[in-house]
Design a binder for this molecule. Structure first.
Ligand SMILES: C[S@@+](CC[C@H](N)C(=O)[O-])C[C@H]1O[C@@H](n2cnc3c(N)ncnc32)[C@H](O)[C@@H]1O
Length: 217
């Protein structure tokens, strides 16, 4: 038995093995039978500190962490297991893919994006997942009134996020001066300890319909 298998078996109740599912949206109500409301999603959740602590604040609300690095995702699931979290799970996969493939319209609640990899070299910038198709996809899947919470230490990436979300007619919001969420991620704690500036942005899905002709692609 490999070490990974042991870890998977240990954390199974906190894990979503999406690759094994039939193509199409997951049955979120069945995955979180004791919870209600749309699923709050943390994208790029790393080792799961923020996910664990935020989920603990509202135990009846379902939370999903999405992390492309399987080893990190397993560590996040292990954190949830140690906390015996009743309302959070982790999925190993790509952020855009998860939102696009696994949710129906209105099934995504609040979305948290903490320190997405900035890919600072110009030729690598397209590897960033906070891009126009991602913003349009979030709008398609998020329930009205819910919000996207973004944090980055990279000023240029904050500018780009502001252009992307500010330029979408379905989102209202912008930069906020104070930290908007009551728990911190690992990178956030590290950057705070280093005294770095952290840029926070919050965009809420407008409850009014988009203006005619402004439908997102
Ligand atoms: C800089 S780390 C931040 C980790 C965590 N959010 C925090 O604030 O402590 C970025 C994380 O995003 C993950 N990531 C990068 N691109 C991703 C993608 N397309 N889909 C899912 N996760 C991604 C990385 O594997 C990494 O764990």
């Amino acid at each position: 038995m490999t070490r990974r298998h042991v870890e998977l078996a240990q954390v199974a109740p906190w894990w979503v093995e999406a690759e094994l599912q039939a193509a199409g949206p997951l049955a979120w109500g069945a995955l979180f039978p004791a919870c209600s409301g749309p699923v709050a999603v943390e994208l790029g959740c790393g080792y799961g500190l923020f996910l664990r602590d935020l989920a603990a604040l509202t135990p009846t609300r379902p939370f999903l962490g999405v992390e492309q690095d399987r080893g990190a995702a397993l560590r996040a699931a292990r954190k949830l297991m140690l906390a015996q979290s009743p309302n959070a799970r982790v999925l190993a996969g790509d952020a855009f893919w998860a939102i696009h493939q696994l949710f129906r319209a209105g099934e995504v609640g609040d979305v948290y994006v903490n320190f997405p990899d900035p890919w600072p070299k110009r030729r690598h910038a397209r590897r960033r997942y906070v891009r126009q198709p991602f913003v349009a996809e979030l709008y398609q899947k998020m329930a009205p009134g819910h919000a996207v919470f973004l944090a980055t230490d990279v000023a240029a990436y904050a500018d780009e996020m502001e252009l992307l979300f500010g330029g979408h007619p379905g989102f209202v919001g912008g930069r906020v001066a104070a930290k908007p969420v009551g728990v911190a991620s690992k990178y956030e704690l590290d950057f705070q300890a280093q005294g770095l500036t952290i840029h926070y942005l919050v965009y809420r899905v407008a409850t009014a319909p988009l203006p005619a002709g402004a439908a997102a692609p």
